[in-house]
Design a protein. Sequence first.
Length: 488
Amino acid sequence: MAAPKYRFQMYKRLQAAIPAIYADAKKAAETLNIPAELKGAIGLTGAISGCPSPLREDIEKAMASEGRKVVPLAVYVEQIREIVKDVYGDGYDAAPINTCEAGLWTSFDCLMTPPSQGRGDNYRTRYIAPYERHIHHQASYGRPFPPRYKDILADRGSTAGELGFYGKRQNNFDTVLVPMEGADYTVHGIKSYPVPLMKNLKVKESLVALEKAAERNATMLAGFTSLGYDTPGYGYGDKDKDGTPKLTKGIAALANSYNVPFVIDNAWGLPFVGTNIKKVGADVMIYSMDKATGSPTGALIIGKEEAMVNIRRALGMHGQRYGTTSSYGKAAYVAMDPGKEGLSGQVAALKVLRDNPIVVTKSASDLYQIVVEEFAKIDSRIRPFFKIYKSDNSNAVEVNYEDSWKDGKLGVPIFSIEDMYAGSNLFQDGMSQMGIIPTIAYDANFFISPGLGTTDEHGQLIPERARMILRGLVMLIEIVCNHAGVFE
């Protein structure tokens, strides 16, 4: 078969080869000797909300102990607030919530959307978001502007209607999407859609683009948002001497100059250990606590006190009608409050991150070395294109292969997030065929972390298991590349 000449031909060829790719993946998996009890119960990450990793023994014991006590929920919330203030100081506050998406929803509505009360017609507001990865989260709460991006979230969910992603959009609220300088938005994937390739992002030039967008939209400007990640594949590899991503810090300064809030989506982040809200200068940072921290399912909003007042009020945590510093009452977003198990687990996880973070971070350091070793064994024709980075923020390892497409050559296939939702991401679905739960594998990135069958009850890496599933990933990449014609 002739080698494909153009991108669309490569992905058309891959689409036709899906049955053969899955058959090859299943055959390759037999050589891994995955124990029967681990098939479908071991994966490349412990940070998928739909399949969270097992709890560490210390978290489980703390939750069981608290579960036998009579404790008002406000007591756990106050403990969380105290731990956060221990780290960031009294000028910061916190509010636990049931999911990171709920935290984003609440934060945008509290801090950026127009008021709903008062006579007369309402006005519109806009917030600015870099055109980056995962914008179906942090950039999806307003109508996309300019209109060229109006369909950018069309396929990113089970429904595009008012009960799907479109339904998250707030009244009279717009999202201004700003392409980043140096980033690439080439069309890729079987689903065929632009993918944000961020490794070569230029920070200074991108901040200028964001500033120009702010100037153009100044009369309606209500805030900024971005991710809180720290790796090159996300566009945050350029850091200052303290390890703070310069892009994030620059957006915070820009937001401050306009006196509007900066909300950071740091879903896959570690409070206290990862990207530091205080060093960045952001107003709010939101975490999915069940991803990297070892906590049970839940999320946490950390922010400056001024911003957190409205957020806590919206969650019914700010005070009862007769006046208290904290409570559990009725409010706009009270349905997003976490329960006793989630709160007690968050307290336990945050104490470890404050007092003894190596319990959490050592596993990712050990995993990084194994990833480097296993990717050194990949086919020599594509080996130079894989760049591997450790993420202290996400307690994860990033494997990026954008460089395989340099100089107009057809490289290692890239799948879009639309592929993931459509079931045509061959790296993710191929791993499932092998009996391995996949990780995020779109936009030329693999984000790999410990926790899903690869760690013991203390949260420490089981090297042979991690190595086994990484061999599976390497073999799958080679299989897909072979069917794509990369080696021809």
